[in-house]
Ligand binder design. Structure first.
Ligand code: S3P
Length: 417
């Protein structure tokens, strides 16, 4: 059997749709992720006047409306479970000078939005948040002014919201990050002719009258690929090849940690595709050991921490993660979800205010995982469930549809190899 191809990158897929709509002329997207979160972004863009074909098509062709072509939405913008949709589109709406009300499911509604409303208000937009600082949120775009924004939260969604507000609102912005976060927005804007510069932790954008249309091939999602590298790490498969995976340095922290934990992982067929580095990953099992994950590594592996915790549950020794308080405001409170579920299946784990400790062993793990509707919790524990000594059931396995609808099928296929 040939290498596995994981679905398209979620972060890049959101941005590919948004930038295609804002572009001048026709853009073609191949390899777009087809998942609930990406449907949310497509639906929000449609509500603002864009025409987006059925995402099931092999190549998605979008005729852009241009940077000033969106119109206010008569209906609320339903972002579903997707923080990237809500935060990036808040920046777009603010810049477009239109008014829109953002809503989402219970998980998204509980997540913090002040981190985006604050800079957008500083640029001159009016934003009304619910009392708890989350959705529903109404953004009233006005004529904006440029800003220099110093953020103490490392968040690519926040950075991207400000960059998009500047681009669409036609004002220069400068964002200072406390740590480097994924830079897909910057790379994709550069590829479409925008003057975006990064110097250390400072990103600046100089607006321009139009955004070029552009064709893109979305690479496989490293966050989805990581589950299979984790599977090899715990001995659930002796070797796996994963073709066409994005290996942007802002996303590969988990691969470095998994190497430290004993997996032999190499890149083959490396190339740069649409400004993004891509490779075939080849992972072979080694002797599993625990790891210390330091705060400076966290932004590059934030979405992979549930998986790393599950791998750590099988690794002799103590794995410790700190500097990851952001995990508490993801699709669930992931620190609590990781630790309570590890304990529910008989593993030894402990919460820290900004991370967790897992003491691994090779004893069998059994019990029910409560996903809290969080796709990455389901998939991380799904990997543990592959080991024949373990017996794990899930309250809601279907929540993987948010980022990887075919996850359980792919896992079953790899397990049979
Ligand atoms: C994302 C950024 C990260 C990540 C999320 C996707 C993005 O969130 O956890 O899954 O596409 O920009 P934060 O910006 O909240 O760190």
């Amino acid at each position: 059997m040939g290498p596995l191809r994981v679905p398209g990158d979620k972060s890049i897929s959101h941005r590919a749709l948004i930038l295609a709509v804002l572009g001048r002329g026709r853009s073609r997207i191949r390899g777009l992720l087809r998942s609930a979160d990406i449907e949310s972004t497509a639906e929000v863009l449609r509500a603002l006047g864009a025409t987006i074909p059925d995402l099931a098509e092999e190549t998605i062709e979008i005729e852009g409306v241009g940077l000033r072509g969106l119109r206010g939405a008569a209906r609320p913008l339903d972002c579903g479970n997707s923080g990237t949709t809500a935060r990036l589109m808040a920046g777009v709406v603010a810049g477009a000078g239109i008014t829109a009300r953002f809503v989402g499911d219970a998980s998204l509604s509980a997540r913090p939005m002040r981190r985006v409303s604050a800079p957008l208000e500083a640029m001159g937009a009016r934003v009304e948040l619910s009392a708890h600082g989350g959705l529903p949120m109404t953004v009233c775009g006005e004529s904006l002014q440029g800003i220099t924004w110093r953020s103490d939260i490392a968040s690519a969604q926040l950075k991207s919201a400000i960059l998009l507000a500047g681009l669409v609102g036609d004002v220069p912005v400068e964002v200072h990050e406390p740590a480097m976060t994924r830079d897909h927005t910057e790379r994709m804007l550069q590829a479409r002719g925008v003057d975006v510069r990064t110097e250390g932790l400072v990103v600046t954008i100089v607006p321009r009258a139009t955004l070029d249309a552009g064709d893109i091939e979305v690479p496989g999602d490293p966050s989805s690929a990581a589950f299979f590298v984790g599977l090899v790490a715990i001995g659930g498969a002796p070797e796996i090849a994963l073709a066409n995976v994005g290996v942007n340095p802002g996303r590969t922290g988990a691969f470095h940690v998994l190497r430290r934990m004993g997996v032999r992982l190499r890149y083959a067929d490396e190339l740069v595709q649409g400004g993004e580095p891509v490779a075939t990953l080849i992972a072979t099992a080694g002797t599993l050991r625990s790891a210390i994950i330091s705060p400076d590594e966290v932004p590059s592996l934030i979405d992979e921490l549930p998986l790393l915790a599950c791998v750590a549950a099988c690794a002799e020794g103590e794995t410790r993660v700190t500097g990851a308080a952001e995990l508490r405001v993801k699709e669930s409170d992931r620190i609590s979800a990781i630790v309570s579920n590890l304990r529910a299946i008989g593993a030894d784990a402990e919460e820290l205010p900004d991370g967790f400790v897992v003491r691994g062993s090779d004893r069998p793990l059994a019990g029910t995982v409560t996903t809290h509707g969080d796709h990455r919790i389901a998939m991380a524990f799904g990997v543990l469930g592959v080991l024949s000594r373990n017996s794990i059931v899930f309250d809601d396995p279907s929540c993987v549809a948010v980022s990887y609808p075919t996850f359980w099928d792919d896992l079953a296929r790899v397990r049979r190899r």
